[in-house]
Design a protein around this ligand. Structure first.
Ligand SMILES: *Cc1c(COP(=O)(O)O)cnc(C)c1O
Length: 390
């Protein structure tokens, strides 16, 4: 395989029509055929890009090819959001009577899908502590179809041992589906560790500029075709302009991730030990309880960190109020540093009982570092911390 920079720029070579260096936006909902025979062909072709945009569009195909190249996958699929990706995967691969295993610490939407929506369709779910590979083994049943993994997890930055979970899940006949949003393929490649499908919120690092909502799934051709057949029914179709924006963002992924990685590690090191800070969560810190695992399965530690303030909720509020560069906003993986108080945000998507079980403390602030200069970013936080109670 080529390097990530090359894959991001050339992964769609051959899928761009004419001599255009930047792909044209094919803003067309439908495509004409010159004959009856040709119409039947395009209407029945799996994953074609020449029939109807809900079935596929050239801009979708280009993004899918680049994501597949980055993840080392046979092929990929784009959706209108990250949740569009995982809900389509779930509806494609599950039926009543099946069982899924999901992490206790995982994106709130994934928790809601597994513990709220799927049970209404007769799919049972077990939540496990992701840091305990044996907990996955204990949760597996003969009817377990999917194991939903997220590492590092949102927002606690806990890790899952990918190789260990793949081994026990496959031995039990279950598929492993990994949310790689936090790490990005530049830092971690779940398919190489044996996972069956990898998905992302393309809204985050892949798009990278907070200007598009999108999702992607990548994996083997047979599984992706099953997901595609469901996607044309569920209809979470990405608009062509948004697919173009996602591709535009992907071109610079490896450059941006290098800076995100460097900024997050520098900030984590600068904040660790500050009297107003009780604990910094970042897989790149030797103080992270799973740092050894991070070194084994990641090539970089990602752009997100968790800062737990000594003064709890009041400390978190004071930090957020004092920051100048970092913006208080949901989402992550942006060129701009974004900070959020997860306990407040999660209350809107996860029910109270689930929220209590997540382990998200009232003093936790999630920081998604942008690509600002490291020194400016560290100075912004250290200045804000001067006014934070200890
Ligand atoms: C944001 C996010 C999602 C959901 O993606 P959307 O594009 O907002 O639907 C899923 N997983 C993780 C880890 C996320 O951060």
């Amino acid at each position: 395989m080529t390097g990530f920079g090359t894959a991001a720029v050339h992964g769609d070579d051959g899928l761009v029509p004419g001599g255009a260096v930047a792909p044209p936006i094919v803003q067309s909902a439908t495509f004409s055929a010159e004959s009856d025979e040709r119409f039947t062909e395009i209407a029945t072709e799996a994953r074609g890009s020449a029939f109807y945009t809900r079935y596929g569009n050239p801009n979708h195909a280009q993004v899918a090819a680049v994501v597949a190249a980055l993840e080392g996958a046979e092929t990929g699929l784009v959706t209108a959001s990250g949740m569009g990706a995982i809900s389509t995967v779930a509806l494609a691969l599950l039926a009543a009577g099946d069982h899924v295993v999901v992490q206790r610490s995982t994106y709130g939407g994934t928790t809601s899908l597994a513990t709220g929506l799927l049970p209404r369709f007769g799919v049972d779910c077990t939540q496990v502590d992701q840091t305990d590979a044996d907990a996955f083994a204990r949760a597996l049943r003969p009817e377990t179809r999917l194991v939903l993994v997220e590492t590092p997890s949102n927002p606690l930055l806990e890790l899952t041992d990918l190789a260990a979970v793949v081994e026990v899940a496959h031995a039990a006949g279950a598929l492993v589906v990994v949310d790689n949003t936090f790490a990005t393929p530049v830092n971690q490649r779940p398919l190489a560790a044996g996972a069956d499908l990898v998905w992302h919120s393309g809204t985050k690092f892949l798009g990278g500029h907070s200007d598009v909502s999108a999702g992607v799934v990548a994996g083997g051709a047979e599984l992706i075709e099953r997901v595609w057949r469901t996607s044309i029914v569920t209809g979470a179709t990405l608009g062509p302009v948004d697919a173009w924006l996602l591709l535009r963002g992907l071109r610079t992924l490896s450059l941006r991730v290098e800076r995100h990685n460097a900024n997050a590690l520098a900030l984590a090191e600068a904040l660790q030990g500050h009297p107003a800070v009780a604990r910094v969560r970042h897989p790149g810190l030797p103080s992270h309880p799973q740092h050894e695992l991070a070194r084994r399965q990641m090539t970089g530690f990602g752009g997100v960190l968790g800062v737990e303030l000594t003064a709890g909720r009041d400390g978190a509020a004071a930090l957020l109020a004092g920051l100048r560069l970092a913006k208080r906003a949901a989402s992550l993986g942006s060129v701009s540093t974004l900070v959020v108080h997860p306990r407040s945000m999660w209350a809107g998507i996860v029910d109270a009982e689930q929220l209590a079980a997540t382990g998200i403390g009232a003093g936790l602030v999630r920081v998604s570092t942008g690509i600002e200069d490291t020194a400016d970013l560290v100075a912004d936080f250290l200045t804000a911390l001067e006014r934070v109670p200890t």
